[in-house]
Every structure is written in C-alpha cells, then in structure tokens.
Design a protein around this ligand. Structure first.
Ligand code: CA
Ligand code: CA
Length: 178
C-alpha cells in the first residue's frame, strides 16, 4: 500500500517571505506534500529580509502562525490544510531619513548631531542609514547640509518618512539596531 500525500498550503503575511517545512526552505505561497497522518515541522526563519520582489533594505521578524504555534512547531498532516505565518517589520530596522539622533523627528538637532560626529570622530550611529539624509549611501557633510536645506525650504524628506519605514534603496549602509 502506497503512501497517501496531502498538499499543505503555506502562506506568509506579507507574501513572498521564507518558511520551512521539514527543513526545506520555501518561498510563500507554496504547497508542501505531506504524508497523511505524519508529522511535518513548520518553521519561520526570523529575522529575514524583504519579501521576494521588493527592493530596498529591511527586515521582518516572526509574529505568529495561524494555528497559534511557535515559530517552529509540528503539525499532523490531514487533507485541506492551510497555514499562514505572519511577520512584522523589525522595529530596529525602521527609521526616518535624516533623523540621525534617532528621536523620531527630523530637525536642526539632527544636522548638528551629524556634524559633531563627523568632526569629532565621535560615536557612530546605531542606524547609519538614518543619517544619510540625501540617500547616496554615504554619511558625509552633504547630509547635514541636505537636512538644513530641507528644513529651511520646507522640501519633502526623502523616504522613509514622515512615518518610520525601511530603506527603499539598497546601499552600503544599514539600520541594524536601536
Ligand atoms: Ca532627530
Ligand atoms: Ca549621504
């Protein structure tokens, strides 16, 4: 007698993130063939990068499975299974462009903070991306100037902003923590 397989539908929120079934890495949404009555280990790698097809830099962390299970847990295969794993943006990877001192507003103190760091070789940012006001992938004197120009002319900030977000452009800087 042969084994009876059931397809398990695996989805992620947002769509396009990675999950694992019995250690096999899958890009959601995906179908995984499970043996009827057997156990399958579901896993949610966390943190992980942006969903497939989304450019930029940022991270998502595990939030929940639709069955309430932990990031890695086992399920029993029956027919008609669907599991959805939810991820949420990693708060440490969210920032406002220009907010170099990380107080969640962009004002003149950010330009001052960046200048002090640049000229004193002082403490580095926990989120260098936030100090890259002109989003050219480097933190230098043109960034506090860009912040001051924007403040004095009322120009719109470069994203992410005015709400904290991920970096929409991939560059050499990161926002790893804090
Ligand atoms: Ca600030
Ligand atoms: Ca820059």
């Amino acid at each position: 007698m042969g084994l009876n397989y059931h397809p398990i539908r695996l989805e992620s929120q947002p769509s396009g993130l990675r999950l694992t079934a019995d250690g096999v890495s899958l890009l959601a949404p995906a179908l995984y063939q499970g043996v009827s009555g057997a156990q399958v280990d579901l896993g949610a790698p966390s943190p992980q990068g942006l969903p497939a097809g989304v450019s930029g830099e940022g991270r998502y962390v595990f939030k929940s499975w639709s069955d309430g299970g932990t990031a890695t847990h086992s399920i029993t295969v029956v027919s008609g299974l669907t599991y959805i794993v939810a991820f949420e943006p990693d708060p440490g990877a969210l920032f406002l462009r220009g907010d170099s001192n990380r107080d969640r507003t962009v004002d003149i103190s950010d330009a001052v903070f960046t200048l002090i760091v640049l000229f004193t070789g002082g403490q580095l940012w926990v989120c260098p991306d936030s100090a890259d006001a002109n989003d050219d992938g480097q933190v230098d004197i043109t960034d506090p100037i860009a912040t001051l120009l924007r403040l004095f002319t009322g120009a719109d900030p470069l994203p992410p902003g005015p709400e904290p977000g991920f970096d929409p452009t991939a560059d050499g800087l990161s926002c790893e923590q804090g």
